[in-house]
Design a protein around this ligand. Structure first.
Ligand code: 5GP
Ligand code: ZN
Length: 113
């Protein structure tokens, strides 16, 4: 296994952790694209949203609700924020461990690049 986010979950790669429960962890992106840029990940490895199935409904819900809770604790729930999942090559996914980007603290543009 050579997955950077599994290494972060295991504590073997340092990160600035902002959330941690039994199933989910979140840490600040190393290359932030907004004043708040946090990655929310399931602790157990999954390649991406495309490899999830019905057995993962609860886990995906936990990841999304954790993102919303972190937005509140970061103080951006009222101003708004964006949650992004990049999948595969055209989706712009560069790390093959499912993650939800939480971006906020500035106006987001639409359509995204
Ligand atoms: P993707 O492009 O796969 O949707 O997003 C991967 C994100 O992970 C990028 O925003 C990138 O900056 C971030 N990233 C990659 N490696 C590391 C790392 O070792 N630590 C942290 N905190 N973020 C990382
Ligand atoms: Zn992983």
């Amino acid at each position: 296994m050579n997955c950077p986010f599994c290494e972060i979950v295991a504590g073997r790669i340092p990160s600035e952790k902002v959330y941690d429960d039994d199933q989910v962890m979140a840490f600040r992106d190393i290359s932030p694209q907004a004043p708040v840029h946090i990655l929310v990940v399931p602790k157990d490895h999954a390649d991406g949203i495309a490899s999830m199935d019905g057995n993962d409904k609860s886990l995906i819900g936990d990841v999304m609700l954790a993102a919303a809770a972190i937005a509140r604790s970061e103080g951006i729930a009222e101003s708004g924020y964006r949650l992004v999942v990049n999948q595969g090559g055209d989706g712009g996914q560069t790390v093959g461990h499912l993650h939800v980007h939480l971006l906020g603290g500035r106006q987001m543009n639409w359509p995204p690049g």
